[in-house]
Design a protein around this ligand. Structure first.
Ligand SMILES: Cc1cc2nc3c(=O)[nH]c(=O)nc-3n(C[C@H](O)[C@H](O)[C@H](O)COP(=O)(O)OP(=O)(O)OC[C@H]3O[C@@H](n4cnc5c(N)ncnc54)[C@H](O)[C@@H]3O)c2cc1C
Length: 451
């Protein structure tokens, strides 16, 4: 087989300049991966240096470590500590090509994808596009609240929070000040719990130093959960301990409540409760996101794509789905596998091993998920851990959480930066600089500038 590996210059000269995206010529089978999250990146790592041309397309030029988004939002980490550029990741990977583009459509009958920059032909296509925030059709909530799904969301939360704390110091209106310093987090899963814990620590340790004009009681943190427990996918012990840790940090947890409306100032719940708050962070749900072109009949609950146990999308022979977007529905997994990083990584690695076999018509084993356990942290020095039969909480769980997260971040420099920041914060409770670099406005006030 003729391999035409190109360096950057050779790549440009090998370009066919048409409305297609320019790619190096190659006689190797072409695998196009859409999305470089945990799943897409694990797959690319497995396929590097193999007799296959790998094209990774992502709408961002970086991979992001979503489990630590809340730390960027609360100024514990700077954004570049938890994102890592694809081109740096792929240094020296001669069969891997990155293109920055948003994929809009799959034309499966002609093996082509259409992006905002041009088209790309594929022999094999892998969808690893993850999820987006699900506001369950509540337009007002979507327009006025903040999701936490990517690094821009985290920076938006950080900016809004700091702006509102500054505005609270300016206003002489007590009600307005209360609304500016009240924070409502919706969703008692890991993201909501971790965000609530981090905000509570901000309130306890940073607020008195940075804003001496306020009593620390000025900042109220509410966590709203639709059912009667937190971290419902973890053990009862984890759930109970988490509630205790949050209460110790003065977080007001409201169970069996769900938000029905939010106009930017008043949060209304289904039971009719209202909370004045200019800060609403929505972590209550996600739904799959993927380009159009996949037959609707293969799309299941949560907007996920149903695949067989080899991760091949049902009804197609050369299209696969991995990570949050994929759902293998069996008797053992009636709702699909959990939408967590471990599933995405394991599916990426699995497909990396099996794809070459599939291409060569060799037999492959079905995907098997190995549950490595769950961890969640609540503020500093407290976490809960469910590792099979071992369920524990407290300092050692937190230490384990810290090590696992530190080791999972892409890039040595990023690990070093996060480790350094955590060490400083461990001893001093200090966070990184709390700068308002740009003026953030929620979607509703951008659409309606008078607001
Ligand atoms: C706040 C938060 C905290 C979390 N905490 C944890 C945790 O503690 N532990 C845990 O295990 N899991 C956690 N998760 C879940 C975990 O992050 C996801 O399960 C994981 O990211 C899924 O990986 P993925 O590769 O399927 O998708 P993603 O990581 O979401 O990656 C999808 C990629 O596709 C790209 N993309 C999407 N659409 C297009 C398109 N049309 N064209 C081009 N590119 C596209 C995106 O830019 C992105 O790079 C958390 C998630 C969030 C949001």
């Amino acid at each position: 087989m003729n391999v035409n590996y190109s360096n950057n210059n050779a790549e440009e000269s090998a370009c066919k300049v048409t409305e297609t995206i320019c790619l190096p010529d190659s006689d190797l089978p072409r695998v196009v991966i859409i999305g470089g999250g945990f799943a897409g990146l694990a797959l690319t790592e497995k396929l590097k240096h193999k007799e296959i041309q790998v094209i990774l397309i992502d709408k961002n030029n970086f991979h992001q470590f979503q489990p630590l988004l809340y730390q960027v939002a609360t100024s514990a980490l700077e954004p570049d500590s938890i994102v890592f550029p694809f081109r740096k990741q792929f240094n020296g990977y001669k069969n891997v090509v990155f293109r920055l583009a948003e994929v809009e459509e799959i034309q499966a009958s002609s093996n082509i994808i259409v992006t905002d920059k041009g088209t790309v032909e594929y022999d094999y296509l892998v969808l690893a596009t993850g999820t987006t925030t699900n506001f369950f059709g509540m337009e007002n909530v979507e327009q006025n609240s903040l999701g936490m799904k990517d690094i821009r969301d985290s920076l938006n939360i950080r900016h809004l929070m700091l702006q509102n704390l500054e505005q609270a110091a300016i206003t002489c209106d007590d009600d307005e000040r209360d609304a500016l310093t009240n924070f409502v987090i919706v969703g008692g899963g890991p993201a909501g719990v971790e965000m609530a814990g981090a905000l509570a620590e901000f309130c306890k340790y940073i607020l008195p130093k940075d804003y001496p004009e306020y009593p620390s009681s000025i900042m109220n943190i509410y966590l709203i959960e639709a059912i009667d427990e937190l971290l419902s996918t973890m053990s009862e012990k984890a759930s109970t301990k988490t509630l205790k840790y949050l209460k110790d940090l003065d977080v007001k947890v409201l169970f069996n409540e769900s938000v029905s409306d939010y106009d930017g100032s008043i949060v209304t719940t289904k039971s009719g409760k209202t909370i004045f708050a200019k800060n609403l962070i929505w972590t209550a749900g996600v739904k799959g996101q993927f380009p159009k072109g996949i037959d609707e009949k293969h799309v299941v609950k949560g907007n996920r794509i149903r695949t067989g146990s080899f991760l091949m999308v049902e009804g197609y022979e050369n299209i696969f789905a991995i990570g949050d977007i994929a759902a293998i529905i069996t008797n053992e997994t009636p709702k699909g596998h959990p939408q967590v990083a471990q599933t995405a990584i394991q599916q990426g690695k699995y497909l990396g091993n099996s794809l070459l076999k599939i291409i060569n018509d060799e037999a492959v084993k079905p995907f098997e998920y190995k549950d490595k356990g769950s961890l969640a942290t609540v503020g500093k020095r407290k976490a809960v851990a469910d590792l099979g039969k071992f369920k524990f909480a407290g300092y050692f769980a937190w230490l384990l959480w810290s090590i696992v997260h530190l080791m999972s971040i892409s890039g040595f420099r990023n690990r070093l930066m996060v480790g350094f920041n955590w060490a400083v914060s461990y001893f001093t409770y200090e966070k990184s600089n709390r700068l308002i670099i740009r003026n953030f406005k929620p979607k509703s006030s951008v659409n309606n500038p008078k607001k």
